[in-house]
Design a protein around this ligand. Structure first.
Ligand SMILES: Nc1ncnc2c1ncn2[C@@H]1O[C@H](COP(=O)(O)OP(=O)(O)OP(=O)(O)O)[C@@H](O)[C@H]1O
Ligand SMILES: [Mg+2]
Length: 270
């Protein structure tokens, strides 16, 4: 049966490009060596997923990614018995596979998962690194390279939905944010296929738009959106049009804010 929840990034592919902002690579390497679980905190589109893809490549570990949502159950993570014509067979879930294979297991947007799902992670984060599988009576010990990594976007305004302290305190947290200007220019240039001047103009625009947060813009443009605009421009779409479609429109429906953003776009690409 296909696994819609998971995606794998093979170690045999080339190095995923990641431009470090600080000491996060060395810090993560130490966490991996010391078998510490890690939480990546930061706004959408700032490089968390790319970072973990890069680290899995660097550490030569398989990467198993699980997108969390509020319907995700413990069985979705651990596994279930499947009924077939010739009887029932046990099928490992992605977390169990990662535990057996010694993979890095990345739970994206962990705060979206229900508490009763999140607690199955707890025994894996203490020194025993165990995964009890109630349905089969097995208790697995995590293979040496196994590491639990979760991502968490603290920016969302969801008062009721947050991680419990008992969960949070099981992780070393790495803070992510949008890169400084020159670094973001290099990323947009490379990932968006834009020339240096265009990448620079897009990042400068992005920084100005991020300034609109004080004026009520709830979602600010991520590096991902700037890259999308760069790609459109690189494929021949006029700059202003590309920025409106790839940056302004996704961020807001509110006429005043859209107007203010369009003005900034027009001022950036004359
Ligand atoms: N430091 C970086 N080095 C290289 N590429 C980066 C970096 N930061 C962002 N990017 C680029 O931005 C894109 C979006 O980043 P990514 O998907 O990792 O964001 P994210 O933090 O996982 O977002 P989300 O919370 O929405 O999942 C990447 O595909 C990559 O092209
Ligand atoms: Mg991500």
């Amino acid at each position: 049966m296909p696994e819609p929840l998971t995606a794998r990034a093979g170690t045999e592919s080339g190095e995923p490009f990641y431009l470090a902002a600080g000491n996060e690579v060395a810090l993560f390497e130490q966490c991996h060596a010391r078998q510490l679980a890690v939480m990546l905190k930061g706004p959408t589109g700032c490089g968390k997923t790319r970072f973990i893809e890069h680290m899995a490549w660097r550490l030569q570990r398989p990467l198993i990614t699980i997108a969390c949502h509020d319907d995700l159950s413990a069985s979705d993570l651990i596994g279930r018995f499947l009924i077939r014509h010739d009887g029932t067979v046990w099928q490992d879930g992605p977390l169990t596979r990662a535990v057996r294979e010694g993979a890095i297991c990345y739970l994206d947007e962990v705060v979206e998962a229900r508490q009763d799902t999140v607690v199955v992670l707890h025994p894996l984060t203490d020194y025993r690194r165990m995964l009890p599988i109630d349905k089969t009576g097995e208790t697995l010990e995590a293979a040496p390279g196994f590491q639990l990594v979760v991502s968490y976007n603290p920016g969302y305004q969801r008062m009721l939905k947050d991680l419990k302290p008992s969960t949070r305190q099981r992780f070393v947290a790495l803070d992510f944010d949008f890169p400084p200007l020159q670094a973001e220019v290099a990323i947009v240039e490379r990932e968006g296929g834009a020339n240096h001047a265009t990448a620079h103009a897009l990042v400068t625009l992005g920084q100005r738009l991020r300034g609109l947060q004080d004026r009520g813009l709830a979602e600010v443009p991520s590096t991902r959106l700037l890259i999308a605009a760069a790609r459109l421009i690189a494929s021949g779409i006029p700059e202003r049009e590309a920025c409106r479609a790839a940056i302004v429109a996704p961020l807001s429906d509110e006429a005043t804010l859209v107007g203010a953003m369009r003005d900034l776009v027009d001022a950036s690409f004359i």
